[in-house]
Write a protein that binds this ligand. Sequence first.
Ligand SMILES: [Zn+2]
Length: 140
Amino acid sequence: MDKRKVIKIYIHHSALSPDIGLEAIRELHIKRGFDDIGYHFVIEKNGEIRKGRDINIQGAHVKGDNMESIGICVCGHFEEDYPNKLQIKALRILIKKLFKEFGELQLLGHKDFSLADTLCPGQHLYELLPGIKKKLRIQK
Ligand SMILES: [Zn+2]
């Protein structure tokens, strides 16, 4: 299978309890009528990086901008709470790996998409993204 063209990563939060992991999110998305979980990766509360939808298949995570993007969901509600250290570390590792595979990608929060009406990925996760990106650039 040809590799899908990818130019950006969208970061999401689940906006649910951090105890709710990949399987339950997949179930919710299927109930909503998706073929599978909408995200390509889910970072659970314990920092585990779980694979969701196959990366070569278009996701369903940013309405109107799924075509050339990868969706990563961090479990928790980060408008109110904070991602934990294990989750932040895992996110950094995952983004680094994806940059290695696809080249440097735009790193965005869901709310950066102009047509999105959402607080996702929550202020406390969103504010970490510039630092993560900066660190990866320096490490290159
Ligand atoms: Zn989102």
